[in-house]
Design a protein around this ligand. Sequence first.
Ligand code: GTP
Ligand code: SPV
Ligand code: MN
Length: 590
Amino acid sequence: MGTSVESWVEEQAGLTKPDKIYWFQGDVKEVERLIETGIKEEKTGPHNTFTELNHKIFPNSYLHRSHPTDVARTEHLTYVCTATKDDAGPNNNWMDPTETKSMLTRLFDGCMKGRTMYVIPYMMGHPESPYAKPCIQLTDSIYVVVSMYIMTRAGSKTLERIGNSDGFVKGLHSIGELDPNRRYIMHFPEENLVMSYGSGYGGNALLGKKCFSLRIASHQGYREGWLAEHMIIMGVEDLKTGETFYFLGAFPSACGKTNLAMIDPVLDGYRVTTIGDDIAWVHPGPDGRLYAINPEAGFFGVAPGTSDRTNPNMMKTLRSDRFYPTLFTNTGLDRKTNAPWWEGLTDIVPENILDWQGEVWTPSSGKPIAHPNSRFTVSLYNCPVLSDEYDNPEGVPISGIIFGGRRSNTIPLVREGFDWAHGVFMASSLGSETTTAATGKVGVVRRDPMAMLPFCGYNMADYFRHWLDMEAKIGDPPKIFFVNWFKKDDDGSFIWPGFRDNFRVIKWMIERIKGVSGANITPIGLIPRYEDLELDGLDMDRTTYEKLFRIKKDEWKKEIEEIKTFYKQFGNRFPERLYGYLKDLDGYFS
Ligand code: GTP
Ligand code: SPV
Ligand code: MN
């Protein structure tokens, strides 16, 4: 009799029928060999596993071109299969677990014939952390193995930790035929199991990321009294006093988390250090504060818009040669230098360039060069501002939580919640314009509470109650803020400069936490007065300030209606307390 891991792997191999089974050890020589194999893999159309890039420009880097229909998360093909539909809630697609399994059994049957099945043991979280979780992913994609090596703590050590227990999270993945009509990202939170078929894209295929660390883990957190969140973790050090304040920050996909997580402050006297850019596991600590860890070990970040001007620390991360390798997925390729290129990297487009599908690009084509959701996969250890606390198994104590969305209008640059519950209300009402991180229409406002709509593995009504109940478990709750970097002027341009200037807003938050800065009380929250914001070096007069903070009655009436419609879907299960805040707002604006 083998271990539970061995018997589970055997069972899945019996179903998928690979030619070979390969147990991933997790050493760098092995990864080099896998990349070599990937380079040689047969190219099917523009799809191609790895091409070596110019290591003088980006050390250890390789380009991956995905299947052209497999470039983003597919939320309509993503399901949470709990025993009852109500437990998944109106926020999730749902299918009966037994029916789903028989459908998936037919799909997975023999799907790895002629292929190798890779067994990836991995940890989410530092192995010594009380909050870390051991997992096993099975996959038939080398791109996924190499990505998991960068994004998680992967390798055979995890097998020792699991031993003969069956307390590990199971993930079965096959790229199948990469056919969008045969694509399913299926979650079984009651069994700590994910089955994903037909996609090789990050959020669909790296099962430690959104599938486990958010959907399954949020369900675990609900049962066990903690939170799994779509959040950055950053430290802000005041160089004068030596104090560090840790923040969590939640923004929907492609709305600025990576940028904020490693912001290079425009203001002197502060230093920001990064702990995570996408996922945080948050636990109430013994001292009554909230503690957060980043379960991941890498960044899977949006390439377009990333440059030395907007995000110098990410550019340094990509130029670091510390950790092998770095992947670029669906960027363009500068044929002269053999380096990746994307919109926003440089002002001038290189002359001899291939688009993300490997086609010669001409300005008259009107097509993008890099796919708008093209991404890089790079180790956290390459980040020049990685926090010393990143590897602290206990995590860091949180002083402030920031929520934000992408909104052309209505929502001001920043506001502070009156208290924890009001902060939870603001977060539960978060609306944001959709982006290319998920397939579907771009630029339409949808409610995306806590930036978790696509990732909450259970009924969001229960999730909101869980957030409200958290207050009683923490004596000293962090302040909650809500930001919008994306408000637009009548001519369609962003009013706020954003990026490194966002630090001006962070500074106000720190002063609020310390209790040394003022604010105006408004019906939608506490708002900085013009004089409360440090605007030195910015050409920003009171008129612009007005534009960023003006509360327009007609816009808010519309907002309130949209929030009401969203809340109503949850029926009686929805917490009354949040309706209370909405009623107050409604009363004020009507
Ligand atoms: P996921 O990885 O999808 O969860 O997204 P993310 O929230 O980490 O997104 P990211 O930071 O990569 O930002 C996505 C896009 O928003 C990029 O194109 C950025 O250039 C742009 N962006 C980030 N911060 C700002 C800002 O302050 N202002 C403006 N106008 N754009 C920004
Ligand atoms: C997101 O879409 O929020 C991402 C990218 O962070 S993925 O991991 O693909 O979900
Ligand atoms: Mn994300």
